[in-house]
Design a protein around this ligand. Structure first.
Ligand code: GLU
Length: 556
């Protein structure tokens, strides 16, 4: 009867599972090589969770001379967005994550395709037919109303809602009944005929053991639901597609989010009924953040723009900084390793699933920014120049003129970076543009007249005019500062801050106030790296011009 039913349901299917087993043989890889995959839905939205998982996949595969491939999981066709595959590949590529095999913008790469689920219909149906033939799956004709009725009844009886055991009426249909319904054109789904114990007696819950590389051996209750494996459209559910694809593509490690843990019992039963060996699961922790009230919560697409990968790309985060940060949240021993190996490439670090957290991984932008400062410090100015020039061409085309003089910009990028205690001013593109804007006339939009010190009121013009008179580009830093001290004392300011602090009534202020006036006149802001060095890079003409302009402003 089962065989006959299988032919009735899938008359067009000619191949057998053996055909596909032969077509997609075990991979010939070195011992211990891992095969991993990323299976994003083509929604066009790539988030931090995708990158986080992809990073695990990539490290596991490439550290073991294995294979990392891309599979497009588009069985939920409502979510398909044009150009999404390109977005997936491009955004991961930006962060240095490259696939060896799988879907691409053009033709597939590799022998285990198609790597797009919507093109694998015949494969799913072949295995579905085989399950029916072996009595492990059956067509179910329940309408939505009927399913609701069943649920209400189960709720009354305090049972878990679902289609199983005595609550799965289509299980008992005879061949003739099925044939009639199909002739009538009644829609049907294909369900797994679960052999789990559905009695829900708490004393006899049967458990199964599953190996999870992050969480250890998991003991989970067995599945007893007759879950849908093919929808009325003939399209597989996630559960079925996952099991078939990961088996036939010979995935050894399935890295996916912890949100899949509740459906793991279903996957275990499907692997068993299909007679496939199970992969090693790696259920990664959810990405969490601390909200304003200090509570941990899941990152949300609606509330947290930093969930999107585009956020980091458009803000100009350097991919090396993001990688470095992800490694610190992925592996608890990475920071220690980094301290011992400050300049080593990250791929020398031995990444392991055992060192991954299995509770929520905390994502913290401040920490990312701190890490980014250190990472950028290790990148030569010329490289930063190239990187930010590309970035600006896409995201800040209006500022491209600052890239015209490479030497000038590089000197500013390098300012203070080679000091004994190096300055760590550079964090990410947007912030860097703001930070260096004061060195470029085209970006210098505001003069912070308001932040001139109170102490120098009435003396600002005098300070600047004297400064212009004494300014000599050949002065070294101490000669230059001695002259500022002299201006200060001439005008009644202490030459040293501590003299002023001791006897405030003897002075109008101190040399620090005087130099702040100079800094604001030159740069439009009250904090910056050293003025002397900045002037050396800017050159005398520009320096004088800026100060003269500011004097004019003050005179207005
Ligand atoms: N398509 C699934 C998702 O986007 C992939 C889960 C998996 O990696 O198995 O969540």
């Amino acid at each position: 009867m089962s065989e006959k039913l299988a032919n009735l349901l899938f008359p067009e299917i000619e191949h057998t599972p053996e055909y596909y087993e032969e077509k997609y043989p075990a991979r010939k890889l070195p011992k211990g090589a891992k095969v991993t995959r990323l299976g994003p839905s083509p929604t066009g939205f790539m988030h931090l969770g995708n990158l986080y998982g992809a990073f695990v996949d990539e490290r596991l595969a490439h550290q073991s001379n294995g294979v990392f491939y891309l599979r497009i999981e588009d069985t939920d066709d409502k979510r398909y967005v044009e150009g999404a595959v390109e977005t997936i590949i491009r955004s991961l590529d930006y962060f240095g994550i490259h696939f060896d095999e799988g879907a691409t913008q053009g033709e597939d790469v590799g022998n285990y395709g198609s790597y797009t689920q919507s093109q694998r219909g015949e494969i799913y149906r072949t295995f579905a037919k085989d399950l029916v033939a072996r009595g492990h799956a059956y067509p179910c004709f329940l309408t939505e109303d009927e399913i609701n009725e069943i649920r209400e009844k189960q709720e009354e009886e305090k049972l878990t809602p679902g289609i199983y055991g005595d609550y799965a009426p289509s299980r008992d249909l005879s061949y003739e009944e099925v044939e009639d319904k199909i002739k009538e054109g009644k829609p049907w789904v294909l369900r797994l005929a679960s052999t789990g114990d559905w009695s829900q007696r708490t004393d006899i819950v049967r458990k199964v053991k599953v190996k999870d590389a992050i969480r250890g051996i998991l003991e989970i209750p067995e599945n007893y639901h007759d879950v849908v494996i093919l929808k009325t459209t003939g399209i597989p559910t996630y559960h079925f597609a996952h099991v078939i694809d990961d088996h036939l593509m010979r995935t050894t490690h399935v890295v996916r989010g912890a949100e899949w843990l509740p459906s793991l019992p279903i996957h275990v039963e499907l692997f068993e009924k299909l007679g496939f060996e199970m992969p090693v699961y790696c259920h990664t922790a959810q990405l969490m953040k601390l909200d304003e009230d200090g509570n941990r919560r899941k990152l949300s697409k609606r509330k947290d723009p930093e969930l999107s990968l585009d956020y980091y790309i458009s803000k100009g985060y350097h991919p090396a900084a993001i990688r470095e940060y992800l490694l610190t949240i992925l592996n608890s021993n990475f920071e220690e390793w980094r301290m011992a190996n400050p300049v080593e490439d990250y791929d020398k670090f031995q990444f392991t699933t055992e060192k991954m957290s299995n509770s929520g991984a905390l994502f913290d932008l401040d920490k990312l920014n701190n890490i980014s400062k250190d990472v950028l410090l290790g990148i030569p100015a010329e490289e930063l120049y190239d990187f930010y020039k590309n970035w600006a061409a896409e995201f800040r085309p209006e500022i491209m003129d600052i890239f015209e003089d490479k030497d000038y910009l590089c000197k500013f990028l390098d300012l203070g970076r080679n000091d004994k205690k190096p300055r760590k001013d550079l964090v990410y593109g947007e912030q860097i543009v703001e930070f260096i804007s004061c060195y470029f006339d085209s970006l210098l939009s505001h003069m912070e007249k308001d932040s001139l010190p109170e102490e120098t009121e009435g003396d600002n013009i005098a300070i600047l005019e004297k400064y212009l008179l004494t300014l000599d580009k050949n002065d070294d830093q101490s000669q230059w500062f001695d002259k500022i001290r002299e201006i200060a004392t001439t005008l009644g300011y202490a030459a040293k801050p501590k003299d002023y602090k001791k006897n405030p009534s003897d002075y109008k202020g101190h040399v620090g106030h005087v130099s702040t006036v100079i800094r604001i006149a030159l740069l439009g802001r009250s904090t910056s790296p050293e003025v002397w060095t900045i002037q050396q890079i800017m050159g005398e003409t520009k320096t004088r011009k800026r100060i003269e302009n500011f004097i004019q402003e003050l005179k207005k």
